[in-house]
Design a protein around this ligand. Structure first.
Ligand code: F6P
Length: 480
């Protein structure tokens, strides 16, 4: 038997990271624990049913873990060299594509050696996927780190059905056109049968890039490439709303939430605001702090308001992230220095990551949730907050520039660049009467409950299996 036959899987997930964290076992060896993210929760049942495998990077430059099993899931861990971590992951993925795809909030850097690493690493992922896929298998490739994989895989395995989902925005063509390798990226993606995006606008931007960068013709959601018809459409991702709601209902979690409120002072400060983000310049943390600092100075939130800002460490070796951390910490220090007193700090800044239970307790403690990115593909924090609020209390201030804004009609929408508007909206959200807050929260909870991550995965995979594939009859193009 060839290695392909030995490792034939009908369903292959290809994502830049494995869905497991490396932990030390009691004997000092390596063990793996499934990370409880939404994607793995959604795909786990599909993987188990279809005998699936997940191909991904282990997250460091150590030796590749290869094929192994964790919590009953088949995984294939690929390795990156130290240079590839710098050029592929920190460079092309996070200092070229990430800022470019988020409306150039930071300046993208274009380096040919980073692009070469991107091609090399994408090929490694494509080859691993080709080895794992059974004849006629379904392969689901994820995110901007792996945009060349669909085409590279199709070149090796024309028998498989390929889906691609982009978790971050796809930019307007005027921005995308800056990329020196725009044509290769579009052609790489077009190896898929179905391309999923967070918002309809992202799919539209991609179709425009097909017309402008490659000169292809499109009609509705379809693009014609040779004898193949590829579809690009919106599939807004979500969370495991039920699972998170159950955690938020647990006695220990509610007790922890009360402890958090108590720790903030007695009588409790009014109100408690919460921000939860990866420490990333797309998240609008500085704009939020500026608005909040001015509100504290002006006394518009009452005598002792509190903002808890969780900023989990992220991409710490990338320069723009180091600069952002310095700026955030200076601003937090300034607000606390100018407006705090012994026993009271207006900002509780936590540069840490927490387990889901602690996050649920924080969500329950927050009167107002601030989700104010400058650009965000979806923003699952907004949906997590809503899923945890079984009590139907709490209000959500949400940036217009998130995918979530298309869905969460009960939120207070805001343009985070407009500091006065942001301040007014925070004050409004904090002063919302209980009946209106409940009405808004109910609407959002219904949406998140009914459109959870399982429904997202099922709807993408159903569309992928219904996608037309090759040899469709010729059709009339749509005007550009
Ligand atoms: O949102 C895009 C994404 O790549 C997620 O998949 C991931 O959780 C997050 O950004 C952080 O990315 P990473 O730590 O892999 O750079």
């Amino acid at each position: 038997m060839s290695s392909r036959e030995q490792q034939a899987h009908d369903f292959v997930v290809v994502a830049s990271r494995l869905p497991v964290d490396r932990i030390e076992d009691p004997d000092g060896g390596t063990a793996w624990r499934t990370s409880p993210g939404g994607l793995v929760t959604a795909l786990e049942p599909v993987m188990r049913e279809a005998g699936g495998v997940w191909v991904g990077w282990s997250g460091d430059s150590g030796p590749p873990p290869g094929a192994f099993e964790a919590d009953g899931l088949d995984l294939v861990g690929l390795g990156l060299s130290e240079t590839e971590v710098r050029h592929f992951y920190e460079g092309f993925c996070n200092a070229t594509l990430w800022p470019l795809y988020h409306d150039v909030i930071a300046s993208p850097q274009f380096h040919r050696r980073w692009w070469e690493a991107y091609v090399t690493v994408n090929r490694r992922f494509a080859e691993a996927a080709a080895e794992q896929a059974a004849p006629g298998a379904t392969v689901w490739v994820h995110d901007y780190q792996l945009q060349l994989v669909p085409r590279m895989l199709r070149e090796q395995r024309d028998d498989v059905r390929i889906g691609f989902f982009n978790h971050i925005p796809f930019p307007g063509y005027e921005i995308f056109a800056q990329l020196p390798w725009r044509r290769q990226v579009v052609e790489g993606l077009l190896g898929a049968d179905l391309l999923g995006f967070q918002r309809r606008a992202d799919a539209t931007n991609f179709l425009r890039a097909c017309r402008r960068a490659v000169g292809l013709i499109t009609r509705g959601s379809a693009v014609r490439a040779g004898n193949r018809e590829i579809h690009a459409a919106a599939f807004p991702i979500s969370i495991d709303a039920k699972g998170l709601g159950e955690i938020a209902r647990r006695d220990d979690v509610r007790k922890r939430s009360q402890q958090i409120c108590d720790a903030l002072g007695e009588p409790g400060p009014v109100p408690v605001l919460l921000g939860v983000d990866r420490l990333d310049y797309t998240k609008g943390i500085l704009h939020r702090l500026r608005a909040y600092g001015e509100l504290v100075a002006g006394g518009r939130l009452g005598p002792r308001p509190v903002l808890i800002q969780v900023a989990s460490p992220s991409r710490e070796r990338v320069e723009a992230y180091q600069t952002l951390r310095d700026e955030v910490e200076v601003m937090v220090g300034r607000i606390n220095g100018e407006h705090g007193e012994v026993g009271y700090a207006p900002v509780h800044y936590l540069h840490q990551s927490y387990p889901r239970e602690e996050m649920a307790a924080l969500y329950l403690a927050a009167d107002v949730m601030l989700v104010t990115p400058l650009r965000d593909g979806m923003n699952l924090v907004a949906k997590e907050y809503v899923a945890c609020r079984n009590d139907e209390n709490g209000t959500l201030v949400l940036s217009e520039f998130t995918g979530a804004a298309d869905e969460l009609a009960g939120a207070f929408l805001v343009n985070p660049h407009d500091i006065e508007g942001l301040k007014d909206t925070i004050v409004r959200a904090a002063n919302t009467g209980p009946a209106e807050a409940r009405r808004r929260m109910r609407a959002m909870r219904k949406r998140v409950r009914e459109h959870d991550v399982a429904r997202w995965a099922a709807s993408f995979l159903d569309s992928l299996h219904g996608a037309p594939g090759a040899d469709q009859p010729a059709w009339e193009p749509e005007a550009s």
